[in-house]
Design a protein around this ligand. Sequence first.
Ligand code: 5GP
Length: 302
Amino acid sequence: MAEARPVPEVDRAAAARKAVERRRARAALKRDLTMRVTTPQSVLARASADPDSVEGSMRITDFLLALPAIGASKRDRILADLGISPVKRLGGLGVRQRVSLSRWLDERFPVIVPRGGRSRLLVLAGPTAVGKGTVAAHIREHNPEIHLSVSATTRAPRPGEIDGVHYYFVDDAEFDRLIDAGELLEYAVVHNRSRYGTPRAPIDAALAAGKTVLLEIDLQGARQVRKAEPSATLIFLLPPTWDELVHRLVGRGTEGPEERARRLRTAKVELAAQNEFDHLVVNEDVAAAAAEVVELSSSSAR
Ligand code: 5GP
C-alpha cells in the first residue's frame, strides 16, 4: 500500500489561513443578515448558484439563527416543518428543500416590490453615516436638472458651508416662526440636538415647473413626508455591509464604549425601517449610488 504523502508545512499553513478567512467571511455575512443589510433571499440565491461560496458553505442552522427574531427553538421548528436536516449547508439543499425554504422566506421577509407611477418628489433617507449627504452632494454637482431641497436648520454652519446653498441657517425663533406659519413640509430634531426642516414653497414651485425634487432628510422626516404626500417616492440608502457601516459610524474610535454602543443600537433600529421604503439603493460607490437615485427619479417622473 502506498504511504500517504506528508502535507508540506506551507500547504497546511495556507489551508489554515483560508479556513480562518472563510469563518470570518461567514461571521460578517451573519451580521449582514441580522442587521438586514442583506436579504436572506439573496443569500440563498448566491448559495444555490455557487455551493462553494461563503453563502453556500453556511450551515442552515446558522443561517436561520442569523435572521431577525429567530431563536433556537423557532429555528428547530422551522427546520422540522420544511423537512431540512440541521446538518445541511445552504449550498447543499435539495431542490424541493430550496423551494420550500424560499417560499417560507418570502412569506416571513417580504421583499420590497418597487411601486410604479410615483410622483416626482423623491426622499433619500437611511441610517446615520451611510453617506446620504455625499450622494446628495454628488447629485447636486452632476444633475442640475434635479432640484435638491435646501433645509432650514438651527445648527451652526460648518467651515465651507454657505447659507442658502447647503442650509438656511436660522435661529430658534425663526424656526418656530416657520413651523407656526406652516412653511415647513416636515421637521425634526436630529441626533437630539438641532432642528431641521424642509421649506415647502421652493418644492411646490419646482414641482409646478415640472422638475424632480430630491429631499435628503432623516427617517422621522421621511415618515412625515409620506404622510403629507403619500405619492412621494421613498428611497432608502443601505451600506454595502454592516461592518462597513460600523466602520463609518465609529471608525475613528474617538467615542467611548457607551457612545459607540448607542450609535450601533440606533443604526440597527434605523436599518429595520427599510421596509417602509419604495426602493433600496446600496451605497458601495457614491457615483453609482447617485446614478441609481437619478435613474429612479426619471422612472418615477410622470
Ligand atoms: P448634518 O447636520 O450632518 O448636515 O445633517 C444631520 C442629519 O440631518 C442628516 O441625517 C440629514 O439627513 C438630516 N437632515 C438634513 N436636513 C433635514 C431636514 O430638512 N429634515 C429632516 N427631518 N432631517 C434633515
